[in-house]
Ligand binder design. Structure first.
Ligand SMILES: NC(=O)c1ccc[n+]([C@@H]2O[C@H](COP(=O)([O-])OP(=O)(O)OC[C@H]3O[C@@H](n4cnc5c(N)ncnc54)[C@H](OP(=O)(O)O)[C@@H]3O)[C@@H](O)[C@H]2O)c1
Length: 285
């Protein structure tokens, strides 16, 4: 007797990571409203309960945990015949001077923002192939323009952008589209979480102690820019997925275009001088 799963109706499915707050939660609402079955990833029990109460299928998923990825995908394979959309959204911003980062903290930033999207997409590949589905990676304009005190975060998003480009070309023959989202400022818990993570890791003997206020300012920069509502970004993604020819890149979020233009057109030396001035990083005499 066959144990292959059967789906009563051909309702499209989306798996979204990092649904406890912010953009992830807005994506759940938007894809739900568009008729998708929403598989909402989160790692804390109370978040999973809340997601289930909203009518979405909760998926226990710490994206840094390979066994959690395997368990989640194994369970999906018993329930689904395929996956239409995978959104690698979970991520965070580790802020502070690059040389204040111990190896473990730097590694953790890359584990979540860079390695996890690859690991999860790899695990979901058979399900995505079955539907000729679509992978959406949430990058950032921070991956285009490096600012002081956000080097680890900027580098992680730049790395994700490059991996996304390679995946796009490599998944093309399998009929799977890959979209990079490159947001500017979007309203979420991102800034406050970045601030708390930085304060929890403050180095008392750091040569950059005098710049703590500037680091705080960088951590919450997305809140200071009249951020775009996360629901608006989420609706933009739903519309992009519905298009017959899906875009390779989605620009969204307050300030995103200005940052992209500055990254592209301002000469590097001028850009760095402006940032040095903005963050008060002048040479001591
Ligand atoms: N907000 C912005 O201005 C902005 C701009 C550009 C890009 N982005 C990107 O957008 C994405 C979503 O961020 P957000 O703005 O919505 O911030 P957020 O409100 O802080 O949400 C981040 C989400 O990621 C989850 N997450 C972090 N590490 C995880 C892990 N190891 N396993 C599973 N989930 C994990 C968090 O879950 P927990 O609650 O369990 O920690 C939370 O659900 C991130 O990739 C971020 O880099 C945001």
């Amino acid at each position: 007797m066959s144990t292959a799963p059967t789906e009563p109706s051909r309702q499209p499915t989306v798996l979204i990571t990092g649904c406890s707050s912010g953009i992830g939660q807005a994506l759940c609402r938007a894809f739900d409203a568009a008729g998708y079955r929403v598989l909402a990833g989160a790692r804390r029990e109370e978040d999973l309960t809340r997601l289930a109460a909203s009518g979405w299928t909760p998926i226990r998923l710490d994206v840094n945990d390979d066994s959690a990825i395997d368990a989640a995908v194994d369970s999906l394979r018993t329930q689904l015949t395929g996956l239409d959309v995978l959104i690698n959204n979970a991520g965070y911003g580790a802020m502070g001077p690059v040389l204040d980062f111990e190896r473990d903290r730097l590694r953790a930033q890359f584990e979540t923002n860079v390695l996890a999207p690859v690991a999860l997409t790899r695990a979901c590949l058979p399900l995505l192939s079955a539907r000729q589905g679509c992978v959406i990676n949430i990058g950032s304009v921070a991956g285009l323009l490096t600012s002081p005190f956000a080097g680890a975060y900027c580098a992680s998003k730049a790395a994700l952008h490059r991996l996304t480009e390679a995946m796009r070309m490599e998944l093309d023959p399998l009929g799977i589209d890959v979209i990079l989202v490159r947001p500017g400022a979007v309203a979420s818990s991102f800034g406050q979480r970045a601030l708390s993570e930085f304060h929890a890791r403050l180095q008392p003997d750091s040569p950059w102690q005098p710049w703590q206020e500037a680091i705080d300012r960088r951590a919450i920069s997305s809140e200071r820019l009249k951020p775009t509502p996360a629901d608006r970004l989420a609706r933009q993604l739903v519309a992009a997925v519905a298009r017959r020819r899906r875009p390779r890149l989605i620009r969204a979020g307050q300030g995103g275009v200005a940052v992209a233009l500055a990254a592209r057109w301002l000469p590097g030396a001028l850009r760095e001088r402006l940032l040095i001035r903005y963050f008060g990083l002048h040479k001591r005499n």
